[in-house]
Design a binder for this molecule. Structure first.
Ligand code: ADP
Length: 352
């Protein structure tokens, strides 16, 4: 069993920064879980606490039923893959991968077998004699992952492992790490600031903001039922459009968007409607708003239309094959059935 349990974990750095605030979470055996959040939200600190590279200020970390707070990182049965691969430049691939096992005193035969198994899984057998400088970024990252694989750890920890790769390589390594997870059948904890990476890789995603968990869900739930404004706006690109206003006597009133709820809803003095760019039609709907085109970004199959509605920027994602003129006034039709409503006093989702 390689379940990882975090119980009220808190980390305050000596400079008084509270990087992790009372985080409790159970990561299931063999799960691929992603910690995602903006830079500085505390996701790396949390990962480093699990690895034992940082001591927790309070709380408990349990790996495979054992409390590991006082256990040295190298005895925690985990392996970590970093953003900067930290390969030894003077060693070839074989020795880079074998290094950790050598220092742990494994036999030559055992090391050979494990390295061979790892390079086969990663498809880098032919580079065993190459030095890191002779490899591409993606190959170097595979070597770094190889070093983790040979340890046969209970849990793999990844700290932004793909950030140094170009966009194309990131996409292919993303798929490779997901495949690796299935092949190895182990628990993986993966840290990224990139919500696309999180959405495509995680069985579950932990959204973190300012050291606190905002939501833990599968990607689908996170996208379609964000529990709070932070998650709603953090997940999804382009970002969800937000209309701030109030709910009064069953109506939502704001500068640009006004409508009546069909179900009973209490009053909220400060509320927001979130509408994803793809949930606004340019052809028909119950609510019509006029706006001016500021920018049309065409990606070929879709266009991101940036509109100005009385100085509010709204982005519409459309597959309409139409040329939009800058400053042209057009009608948009937000789909009321896809609205997300948030109470701005506490940021929480309002069900209606
Ligand atoms: P993230 O990985 O989400 O970018 P970090 O976990 O690196 O965030 O950092 C969380 C907060 O803790 C930030 O405010 C950061 O400045 C602070 N921090 C990180 N490492 C240290 C450290 N060693 N000493 C003091 N403060 C730190």
């Amino acid at each position: 069993m390689s379940e990882v349990i975090l119980k009220n974990v808190r980390k305050v750095y000596p400079n008084s920064i509270e990087a992790v605030k009372d985080v409790s979470l159970t990561i299931e055996d063999k799960e691929f879980i992603v910690f995602v959040g903006p830079s500085g939200c505390g996701k790396s600190t949390l990962l480093r606490c699990i690895a034992g590279l940082e001591e927790v200020t309070s709380g408990e970390i349990i790996i495979g039923r054992q409390v590991v707070n006082d256990i040295h990182p190298k005895d925690r049965d985990i392996a970590m893959v970093f953003q900067n691969y930290a390969l030894y430049p003077h060693m070839n691939v074989y020795n880079n991968i074998a290094f950790g096992l050598k220092t742990r005193g494994y036999s030559k035969d055992e090391i050979g077998a494990r390295v061979l198994e790892a390079v086969k899984i990663l498809g880098i057998e032919e580079y065993l004699k190459s030095k890191p400088r002779e490899l591409s970024g993606g190959q170097r990252q595979r070597v770094a992952i190889g070093r983790a694989i040979v340890r046969h750890p209970k849990v793999f920890l990844f700290d932004e492992p793909l950030s140094n790769l170009d966009a194309k390589m990131r996409v292919s390594m993303r798929a490779e790490i997901s495949r690796l997870h299935k092949t190895l059948g182990v628990t993986m904890i993966y840290v990224t600031h990139d919500q696309t990476e999180a959405m495509t890789m995680g069985d579950r995603i932990v959204v973190i903001d300012k050291g606190e968990i905002m939501q833990v869900s599968d990607p689908h739930t996170l996208y379609f039922k964000p529990e709070n404004l932070f998650t709603g706006t953090f997940i999804g690109s382009p970002q969800m459009n937000i209309f701030s206003g109030a709910v009064t006597s069953g109506k939502f009133l704001s500068e640009n968007l006004n409508f009546s709820f069909t179900k009973r809803i209490p009053d909220f003095q400060s509320a927001a409607v979130g509408v994803r760019p793809e949930d606004i039609s340019l052809t028909s709907g119950n609510i019509e708003i006029k706006g001016r085109v500021e920018l049309a970004e065409s990606l070929g199959d879709v266009t991101f239309l940036h509109l100005n509605l009385n100085n509010q920027r709204v982005i519409v994602k459309t597959t309409l094959e139409k040329r939009f003129q800058i400053n042209e006034e057009i009608s948009i039709f937000p789909n009321i059935e896809k609205f997300h409503i948030f109470n701005l006093e506490d940021g929480k989702r309002i069900e209606f």
